[in-house]
Design a protein around this ligand. Structure first.
Ligand code: 5AD
Ligand code: SF4
Length: 448
């Protein structure tokens, strides 16, 4: 099982290398691998992850060659747009034109270097988030899908996630693993057990980018986490993201030095008053400071918010997207609230599916080159079609849960989480089949 296409190194300048894939050139940073021109490598998130033996690379490329171009054709066809003949008002067509950043009457996507949404005003974004008419929603999603295709082609990255502890010292109002919830069974995976799960995901199933997630759990002291990251980096060629909550700047510094290169930390909401209410004892500014510290250290930042929090407005959501952009999000993660019965938000309505898709689309317009993940929460709202809907509304990234099966049901940040019943092999197969049907290649070649 493979989530990357080998590229050939054609230029090396210090840590920066130019890699060629089927005639397309990409830049990547090389920190970990001994390389020379002509070598084949896997890259992920802009980092060289590993060298690939030439024979293996050539075989993989041969297997990919026809499919690669075939998938591109399918994607191009699905992402075509024809808005002019659909009977929309001139105002709405103009809005779509501003959203995609070029003339929306063309049916063939122009690769003309236009940068998309800088032309969108706040009023436009509000219109998008408040749109209700099914035909308008459909056109907004298709416009976002068009922008995604135009800027990033058919690349879709598939990350794995291992949830290694469901202990948490915090009491966020929305979260099922909050400290006060005594109705769930708590677990902590031992370091070697986590390494083993990682080894399986990377070396057996071929994941190239993995997230290590837990509640905020000080049981994993810095030394333990450093040992964990080092052990993983010794055994696995992987772009490693950590998602461990609000730890000290030193912790993040030490984990970077140990080899982690990404941080997943949502700011949850850009509305400071709402944040303070829903995260008792916490301040938004502190969270943002951690994210900024991590960015300065060189981490790739995955961040975003929850959609559908009580009293959250469309304005808040636009601020959320803009805040994530300001924080240099490498990948945006916006997902609907799924109320958990053992939390103070138990009577709050579910986050809205269309609103979640509109936030994905608006994010795509605001940052055309972004990675935007389809969250498990969105998938949970619509288990049959959520992933596909997200991918067709501007998203280009998926996560697969690689937590050992016996722990998965206990990482209950919300109930009935999608994907926890199926075996990992099946989830991988289903994901690849979905991507294939949409003409997406499970690589992240689009990011340079
Ligand atoms: N519904 C949706 N997302 C949630 N999260 C926590 N609880 C919920 C919920 N009930 C999200 C938070 C957190 C991430 C790990 O899960 O955004 O950062
Ligand atoms: Fe803990 Fe994160 Fe859940 Fe808050 S959202 S209770 S910090 S796991």
């Amino acid at each position: 099982m493979c989530y990357a296409i080998p590229g050939k190194v054609i230029e090396i300048k210090d840590k920066s290398v130019i890699v060629e894939y089927f005639g397309e050139k990409r830049k990547a940073l090389n920190e970990f691998v001994d390389l020379k021109i002509g070598d084949y490598i896997y890259a992920q998130g802009g980092y060289v992850i590993s060298r690939v033996p030439e024979k293996e690379a050539l075989e993989t490329l041969e297997a990919w060659k026809d499919l690669f171009f075939e998938l591109k054709k399918i994607d191009l066809k699905i992402s075509e747009r024809r808005f002019a003949e659909e009977g929309f008002s001139k105002e709405f067509i103009d809005l779509l034109n501003r959203a995609v950043g070029s003339d929306a009457t063309t049916t063939s996507p122009a690769v003309n270097g236009q940068t998309g949404a800088p032309n969108l005003s706040r009023a436009d974004l509000l219109y998008i988030l408040n749109a209700q008419k099914p035909k308008e929603l459909d056109a907004i999603y298709r416009a976002a899908n068009f922008v995604r295709q135009k800027h990033l082609g058919n690349a879709c990255c598939v990350h794995g996630i291992i949830e290694f502890s469901n202990y948490c010292i915090n009491n966020c109002w929305y979260c099922g693993i909050r400290n006060d919830n005594q109705s769930i069974k708590r677990y902590r995976m031992e370091i070697d057990e986590i390494v083993e799960a990682m080894d399986m995901a990377v070396n057996k199933y071929g994941f190239k980018a993995m997230v290590l997630q837990s509640g905020e759990d000080p049981w994993y002291a810095d030394e333990k986490l450093v040992e964990l990251v080092k052990k993983i980096k010794e055994k696995c060629a992987v772009l490693l993201f950590i998602s461990i909550g609000e730890r000290s700047p030193e912790t993040y510094t030490r984990l970077f030095e140990a080899g982690a290169r990404g941080v997943l930390l949502r700011f949850e909401t850009s509305n400071a008053a709402l944040y303070e209410k829903l995260r008792p004892g916490k301040k938004l500014a502190d969270r943002l400071a951690i994210i900024e510290h991590c960015y300065k250290l060189g981490y790739l930042i995955l961040t975003g918010s929850i959609i559908g929090l009580p009293n959250q407005t469309a304005d808040d959501l636009i601020n959320d997207i803009e805040l994530a952009k300001k924080l240099h999000a490498e990948m945006y993660t916006f997902g609907p609230l799924i109320p958990h019965h053992a939390t103070p938000l138990k009577n709050t309505a579910f986050g809205n599916l269309d609103l979640s898709l509109k936030v994905i689309a608006a994010t795509r317009f605001i940052d055309p080159n972004a990675k935007i993940v389809v969250t498990t929460a969105l998938e949970t709202l619509n288990p049959k079609e959520g992933q596909q809907q997200g991918l067709l509304a501007g998203a280009n990234s998926l996560m697969i849960n690689c937590t050992p099966k016996k722990y998965q049901p206990h990482y209950e940040i919300y109930p009935d989480k999608a994907g926890i019943k199926d075996p990992l092999e099946e989830k991988i197969e289903d994901t690849l089949a979905l991507l294939k049907s949409l003409g997406r290649a499970p690589t992240d070649l689009g990011i340079t």
